[in-house]
Each structure stands twice: as C-alpha cells, then as structure tokens.
Design a protein around this ligand. Structure first.
Ligand code: 13P
Length: 222
C-alpha cells in the first residue's frame, strides 16, 4: 500500500516552489502539500493548511477559519504543530478546538504530538504521548496523527527505527483505523527505511520538502 507524504513548508517557499511542485507532482493522491496560506491553491495538488482558527467566524483580524479552508477546497489541516505550541502558546484544549472546527467543516485535522528531548531521555515518551492523546483528540475519530518528537524537528536527528516502530505500535493499539505519520528530520537518506515500518502510514516532511529533487526522491520511496 502506498504511503502518504505530507510536505510542511512552514514559513518558507515561493510561487516558484509551488509551480515546481505542480510540474513534478500533478494528480497524485498520496501527496499533500501544506504551503503558507498565501500560496494555498488547489490546482493539481492535494493541499493542506498549516493552521486554522478555533472558532467558526467573527472579529479575529488576520485569522482564517476552517469553513474558509473548506470553501477553497482544502481537505487537510495541521493542528497542534509543536512550533505552534511553542511559539504561539497553543494548549491541548486549543488544539482540540481547532481539530473540532476542521471536522465540522469536513476537513481532516492532522493532529501533531511529540515529546521533548528531556521527556525522551527520561523514558517518558509513551506517558507524554498518551496524555496528549487524551487531551487533544476530539470525540469523532476522523483525524490523522503526526508523531513528531520535538528534538527531531530540524535537527537531523531521529529516533531509531525500532523506537519509531514502538511509538507507532502504541498509537495503533489505541487508534486502529487512524492514519499515522512520522515527522522529524525525514530526508531522502532515511525515508525508505521509515516507510518499511508497518504502522507508519506516511511521513510529515519539513526542511526536505523545500528542495524539489529531495521531496521527489522521498515521494518515489513512498
Ligand atoms: P523537519 O523535517 O525540518 O525536521 O521538520 C519536521 C516538521 O516539523 C514537519 O512538520
């Protein structure tokens, strides 16, 4: 079965990169691109948003609602990315509210969870993830999970393959039918091996998604 590749450009990229994606990847159903909002454009590529507001509408200058995302044909939205939690103080409650907004608008939320380096070093990974599972998840199971250890994001470090497998087995035991992604320093050097892990349904790629040759290689492994 094909694995998913979700490209999170974060606050990077350009119209040129969007065009390069369109040229390289037209009509693929297992690639989702999450560009910054100004490049959101549904032509030829599955698109996802990187963020959404937690309320349906109102006087919230500068914000974008799930209904608006749905209105322009967006099907997926990252919620609770660790950078949103860290730099914008997003709590588990807020993440849950965003996920519910997405679901009510027919958008699949991709809920991001992950442990810090100290949690990892102290052997607390499963406890932290279980707590996030309990706090962030809406009652409807129409969501995806991205497991992104905080210490693996943008560092070139990853857990071992058996650690990734163990976390995904644990997640699968709670969520038998939910798409599970791994993210954190995914590259063309490690993607093929990550894709062999049975409970990993795909990858969430940050930095490596900004180079069209690298993301093409990762996609080819999927
Ligand atoms: P990197 O792939 O740059 O480590 O980023 C991972 C990430 O945060 C994707 O959402």
């Amino acid at each position: 079965m094909k694995k998913w590749v979700v490209a999170n450009w974060k606050m990077n990229g350009s119209q040129d990169l969007l065009n390069a994606y369109k040229n390289a990847f037209s009509n693929l159903d297992n690639l989702i691109v999450c560009p910054p909002f100004v490049y959101i454009d549904k032509f030829g590529i599955n698109l996802g948003a990187q963020n959404v507001h937690h309320l349906p509408n109102g006087a919230y200058t500068g914000e974008i609602s799930a209904q608006m995302l749905a209105d322009v044909g967006i099907n997926y939205c990252l919620v609770g990315h660790s950078e949103r939690r860290q730099f914008f103080n997003e709590s588990d409650d807020l993440v849950k509210a965003k996920a519910v907004q997405c679901q009510e608008s027919g958008i699949t939320p991709i809920i991001c969870i992950g442990e810090s380096l100290s949690d990892y070093l102290n052997g607390q990974t499963s406890q932290v993830l279980s707590q996030q599972l309990n706090n962030c998840f809406p009652s409807s199971l129409k969501f995806w999970i991205a497991y992104e250890p905080l210490w693996a994001i943008g560092t070139g470090k990853t857990p071992t393959m058996s650690e990734i497998a163990a976390v995904h087995d644990m997640l699968r035991s709670h969520l038998p039918n939910v798409v599970l992604l791994y993210g954190g320093s995914v590259s063309s050097a490690n993607a093929a091996e990550i894709f062999t892990i049975s409970n990993v349904n795909g990858v969430l790629v940050g930095g490596a998604s900004l180079d069209i040759e690298t993301i093409t290689k990762i996609y080819d492994f999927a």
